[in-house]
Design a protein around this ligand. Structure first.
Ligand code: NAD
Length: 491
């Protein structure tokens, strides 16, 4: 292994240095710099770039630790998760500041995310006490049937930068409570947040080797994780292209794979909605988290009677989401995560305008060498097949298109390769109910922003947004990390 030992006495809570965590040891030479997207020239994090050998060592440790971890009573496993969740809340302020520096979101958003990670650990920790399986009658005499859920073994997790502690937590917690051991590869841009999760688990008493972290490049570390035959299941969140590539690798060796990928989430605004309220719902979904959420609203269909009033109100809302340093008090919208993403966001707006769209609010001539602050953008007068309407942008950009009526709006919402979330703004219970039934999306929001999820209910999409087999979050998250067994017992 190429890694060097890390002096654990240096593990102060706000150190900028991330390390691999392999078999309980902090390892790796942290040479990869991550700069603060809001403050050019300011270092946000240092992390090691792992190799296939590091992945091999992490999987070996996880495989060795798994039988004893699975044999521990589930309530004892749960107690460690709950203790780790409590530690995250104790450390919430310091972790949130690190998260802002490496990801760019606002401090309020980052604190909310750390709280979410903590709640997720405590939720799944408490499930250690919950019954799993059923007792069922048999057609045979003197026989009882029970069903059990067994751990998969060693699972791999690959996570994106946009929720750098919450997503690792909501994959790790159901994996661990089910008796699996974990090797996780966090996003390169946000190595510190996953390190904080690892520290909390370690400090809560998680045995060595149960949770392992390998930082580095996706095509090196992520690829090695996906290809290793000891990985019984891989849960991935990230872009659709990368996800579909991983699916091929996992399918080839018939291992379990869960993919949560891109979105192009639409909202239908009907004449009977209140225009100001609808604009607030759309703006929160489109511009919250700098538009960098897989569930963000990025296309809106409006019926003719509300179009003008809705657009006026949306421009007012969009102007209120001014972008700035997430650590500065009062910042409404944080920085874009990277220069590449900043340029992509601006190019999407510029191209739409060049093709004839009207830019009602925003610009596309920001300087990507300065702080990565981007104004919100509201586009209208686009064709339905414009790339800004069909392709994921992942920035604070929303396209508004007119549809003649509800049916045309529903058809437009469903005319997408993605199907993660969909929303409707209406006072009509009948149309809201019809929309909930017919929208092709894993999550439907009525008069609520498309972004923003509860932790205790299933989450996932259809079409190219998700594998649409196993759901994340809530009790349904346990299905991916376990397999079912049916036991016949005669007396
Ligand atoms: P990404 O696909 O570039 O990276 C995600 C993870 O995959 C990272 O850890 C990366 O290093 C790794 N990776 C990259 N190439 C790999 C490869 N060849 N093999 C194995 N691993 C590889 O995505 P991102 O830029 O980090 O995140 C943004 C994307 O994530 C957006 O498309 C967004 O919609 C999606 N996302 C989806 C959800 C969801 O729940 N559906 C949630 C958040 C983000």
């Amino acid at each position: 292994m190429t890694s060097i030992a890390f002096d654990t006495s240096l593990r102060a809570e706000t150190t900028l240095t991330a390390r691999h965590l392999i078999n309980g040891q902090w390892l790796g030479e942290a040479l990869t710099e991550r700069m603060n997207p809001a403050r050019p020239g300011e270092l946000a994090a240092l992390s090691p770039s792992g190799s296939a050998e590091d992945v091999d060592a992490a999987i070996t440790a996880a495989a060795a630790a798994q039988p004893a971890w699975a044999a521990l009573p589930a309530p004892s496993r749960g107690a460690i998760l709950i203790a780790a969740g409590n530690l995250l809340i104790e450390r919430q302020g310091a972790i949130a500041e690190d998260l802002v520096r490496e990801e760019g979101k606002t401090l309020a958003e980052a604190k909310g995310e750390v709280k979410r990670a903590s709640d997720v650990l405590r939720f799944f920790g408490s499930l250690g006490w919950a019954a799993t399986g059923e007792v069922l009658p048999s057609g045979l005499p003197d026989t009882t049937i029970t069903t059990r859920r067994e751990a998969l073994g060693v699972v791999g997790l690959i996570t994106p930068w946009n929720f750098p502690i919450a997503i690792p937590a909501w994959k790790t917690a159901p994996a661990l409570i089910s008796g699996n051991t974990v090797v996780i590869k966090p996003a390169e841009l946000t190595p510190l947040s996953a390190t904080h999760l690892a520290r909390a688990l370690q400090d809560a008493g998680l045995p060595e080797g149960v949770f392992n972290v390998v930082h580095g490049k996706g095509r090196v570390v992520g690829d090695a994780l996906a290809r290793d035959p000891r990985i019984a299941g891989l849960s991935f969140t990230g872009s659709t292209n990368v996800g579909l590539g991983l699916q091929e690798i996992l399918n080839a060796r018939r291992a379990r794979v869960q993919l949560e990928m891109g979105g192009k989430n639409g909202v239908l605004v009907l004449d009977d909605a209140d225009p100001r309220r609808a604009a607030q719902v759309v703006a929160a979904g489109a511009f919250g988290l700098t538009g960098q959420a897989c569930t963000a609203t990025s296309r809106v269909y409006v019926t003719p009677g509300i179009r003008a009033a809705f657009l006026d109100a949306l421009v007012v809302e969009a102007a209120a989401y001014t972008s700035g340093d997430g650590l500065t008090e009062g910042t409404r919208m944080g920085a874009v995560v990277s220069r590449q993403q900043f340029e992509q966001d601006q190019a999407a707006v510029r191209t739409a305008v060049e093709r004839g769209a009207t830019l009602l609010h925003g610009t596309f001539d920001g300087d990507p060498t300065g702080p990565l602050f981007l104004p919100t953008a509201v586009l209208t007068d686009l064709p339905f097949d414009d790339a800004a309407v069909t392709e994921e942008i992942f920035g604070p950009v929303v396209a508004v298109l007119e549809v003649p009526d509800y049916e045309a709006g529903l058809a437009a919402i469903n005319d997408s390769r993605y199907g993660l979330t969909a929303g409707i703004c209406t006072d009509s219970l009948a149309l809201a109910t019809d929309f909930a039934a017919r929208a092709q999306a894993g999550v439907v929001k009525v008069n609520r922003p498309t972004a923003g999820l509860d932790l205790n209910v299933p989450f996932g999409g259809v079409k190219d947004s998700s594998t649409n087999t196993f759901r994340e979050q809530g009790r349904s998250a346990l299905d991916f990390f376990t397999w079912g067994k049916t036991v016949y017992t005669g007396v």
